[in-house]
Design a protein around this ligand. Structure first.
Ligand code: AMP
Length: 376
């Protein structure tokens, strides 16, 4: 199974050293500064994508990682990237590495991960995402950053205004490529690839490889090594999944949701309610609040600062119920969600797997409910 399998790590890379450095990370080719940062996060064993991917990246080879969120793939590219960049220096407006993410939230999480692992290496980054002021981002670019973490649109925006040069980017990461495809970002990604030096290293991650994605890797990667760590359509064994039959009307659905949440109360630590449409995310969040539940919405049309604030509150345990759309929720790093409520039956099986993958993490047990009428 994808999520728990990833967290179980791999035994292949384990060694018998008694040093304070986590044995499983020893021998991957990472320097003491980075290993120390890894120790600080508490990881002891690399996940399969890390054990297999890190040595390949350090050999400066192109890589196709077939891996979902939850497999530890962020660290699998962030750690060796920090290692490779540690030897050089940032120059004004000339970043040396670029990470492309489909959503602002994912970009945020990569930035957090970068901060965590680079704390003993003197490297800087800028986050170029939509919905926040361009001026702050420009000031950072002017001072010089090693790494850009960006959504494609905002990156091109800065480039077109002449605020940055891409001629020194020698590491490119394209993350969640299939999600980029869903969101219509592939033309932007292609444009960006063409703006970068031909000799760069490209690290490419996708949970699935539809033909459009395959074409992209054929065109822009050189002799890549493929690492596959998960199968897309399976779910974790420690998640209890329940189908709840309801009448096909909106009011009855919301009533059923309230009943399920109330029944779950004794073991409900925090929950995500998924809706298929942004409009319903708002309606459901509002209705839950009106009925006295501690709930807030998150979807792509909401203001960025509000989304960040909501997510921070949820992570900190100050908000109990997050009502979300798939795009907003995919890849969110929210550990230990006890309950998932599928207010709507997801349209794609993959989305179902991603949704309920928010619970049952790291060996904890989780519960997932799906509301469905005979029409569904
Ligand atoms: P990702 O797939 O990069 O989104 O990572 C999923 C989660 O796994 C994140 O919460 C990471 O902090 C965590 N993680 C990454 N690498 C490891 C590891 N080697 N051991 C334990 N947890 C990890």
């Amino acid at each position: 199974m994808t999520i728990s399998g990833a967290e179980a790590g791999t035994s292949e890379a384990a060694s018998t050293t008694s040093s304070p450095i986590p044995s499983g990370f020893d021998g991957l080719g990472l320097s003491p500064e980075i290993l120390k940062a890894v120790v600080d996060t508490g990881y002891t064993t690399p996940t399969p994508i890390q054990a297999q991917g890190i040595p390949i990246v350090l050999e400066r080879r192109d890589l196709i990682g077939i891996a979902q969120t939850g497999t530890g793939k962020t660290a699998s590219f962030t750690l060796p990237m920090i290692e490779m960049l540690a030897r050089g220096r940032a120059k004004a407006r000339m970043p040396r590495a670029l990470v492309l993410e489909p959503t602002r939230e994912l970009a945020d999480q990569v930035a957090e991960s970068f901060n965590r692992y680079s704390k003993y290496s003197k490297l800087s980054h800028a986050l170029l995402i939509g919905g926040v002021s361009m001026d702050d981002q420009t000031r950072k670019l002017d001072r010089g950053v090693d790494v850009l973490i960006a959504t494609p649109g905002r990156l091109l925006d800065h480039f077109e205004r002449g605020r940055l040069m891409l001629s020194q980017v020698n590491i490119l990461v394209i993350d969640e490529a299939d999600r980029m495809l869903d969101m219509g970002f592939i033309p932007d990604v292609e444009r960006i690839c063409k703006l970068l030096p031909f000799t760069r290293q490209t690290l490419f991650y996708s949970a699935t490889m539809p033909p459009e994605i395959q074409r992209l890797t054929d065109q822009f990667l050189h002799n890549p090594t493929r690492v596959e760590v998960s199968r897309p359509a399976t779910t974790a064994a420690n998640i209890t999944q329940e189908l709840v039959e309801i009448p096909a009307n909106d009011w009855a659905k919301r009533e059923a949701l309230r009943r399920l949440i109330r029944e779950a109360e004794p073991t409900l630590n925090n929950a995500i309610v998924f809706c298929n449409r942004k409009r319903d995310v708002d309606v459901v969040a509002k209705s839950l609040t009106k009925h006295g539940f501690d709930a807030a919405p998150i979807h792509g049309d909401l203001d960025q600062s509000l989304r960040t604030k909501t997510l921070d509150r949820f992570r900190a345990g100050e908000l109990k119920i997050l009502v979300a759309s798939d795009v907003a929720a995919r890849g969110l790093d929210v550990p230990a969600v006890s309950h998932i409520f599928n207010f709507d039956v997801p349209i794609h099986a993959d989305d179902y797997v991603h949704r309920i993958g928010r619970t049952g993490r790291a060996g904890r047990s989780g519960k997932a409910f799906m509301l469905a009428s005979s029409r569904d």
